[in-house]
Design a protein around this ligand. Structure first.
Ligand SMILES: C[S@@+](CC[C@H](N)C(=O)[O-])C[C@H]1O[C@@H](n2cnc3c(N)ncnc32)[C@H](O)[C@@H]1O
Length: 267
């Protein structure tokens, strides 16, 4: 969703730290997404934009050996990390592909945690994912609630500008996600994507911004894209300025609340 950095390169670089951040951020959100959509033994699941498996791995546990999870991510390093984590989980197959063109359909469940806003056309991409389920199949699509994660991006942007002598970042350009990132607009938008029985769950999460977690939030997420072109000493300067500014301003928590949208494919 960022329009200032190369998002793909950011995720490629973040893969190992993504797993480290997982226990604080991605895993609770992925687990909550799976709980909403409830994969059952023997079912087939598509996990779109799987990252290192925060929702794909718990889904694989629930479907068991008689089920199947196709986990799809466009980033090779993310897929490589998931293959490592899923060694021995024979019902999970990790694929490197653009899921907006994934050719298989008929899934009982399609789930996508924190991915749909990366599609160049979020509406068309989401409708495509919904169409991967069988008629009556369940869909869970998780997005950030308005304001979530923004403080980390703001402090990072200022630290990068200070360390590189660039201009402080301006506002990113408006995106459809900014219009629908509260519960009622999100539910209405999902209902227009071919889903029935739509329900939106608010998953509250706050991260303690200890220096370790505050820096992992940058290194293990899409924010990493802001650092991929910087030399190691510049990255170190960014880290010091970012952490110092958080302390100076008394920022001790980061809002990481998400909206988990559920619906059934009307077909
Ligand atoms: C914020 S991460 C979320 C990962 C995982 N679902 C989780 O919750 O931990 C977004 C992921 O979407 C992937 N992604 C973005 N666009 C994609 C696309 N068109 N097809 C497949 N993966 C995509 C990125 O590579 C990244 O791994």
């Amino acid at each position: 969703m960022s329009d200032r950095f190369d998002t793909r390169a950011g995720f490629d670089a973040a893969a190992a730290d993504f797993t480290a951040l997982g226990r604080h951020l991605w895993n609770p959100i992925g687990g909550a997404t799976v709980a909403v959509v409830g994969p059952r033994p023997g079912e087939r699941v598509l996990d779109a934009c799987c990252g290192t498996g925060a929702s794909a791995l718990p889904a694989a546990q629930l479907v068991g050996r008689d089920g199947a999870v196709d986990a799809v991510d466009v980033s090779g390093p993310m897929v490589g990390e998931l293959r490592r984590l899923a060694a021995g989980v024979s019902q999970l197959t990790a694929h490197q592909a653009d899921v907006a063109g994934w050719p298989v359909d008929g899934y009982d469940v399609v789930q996508c945690a924190l991915g749909i806003f990366f599609f160049p056309d979020m509406t068309a991409g989401t409708e495509y994912l919904v169409g991967r389920t069988r008629p009556g199949g369940r869909v869970a699509l998780t997005i950030w609630r308005a304001g979530a994660m923004e403080a980390a991006g703001r402090y990072l942007g200022r630290a990068v500008a200070a360390a590189t002598g660039g201009d402080p970042p301006g506002e990113r350009s408006r995106h459809l996600i900014d219009e629908i990132n509260t519960p009622d607009p999100y539910a209405a938008w999902l209902a227009g994507r071919g889903l029935a029985d739509v329900d939106v769950t608010v998953h509250e999460l706050r991260l303690p911004m200890t220096p370790e977690i505050a820096w992992l939030v940058i290194m293990g997420s899409g924010y990493r894209a802001a650092l991929t072109k910087l030399a190691p000493d510049a990255v170190e300067q960014v880290r010091e300025r970012y952490l110092a500014a958080l302390v100076e301003d008394g920022v001790t928590e980061l809002d990481a609340t998400t909206l988990i949208g559920f619906g059934r494919h009307l077909a």
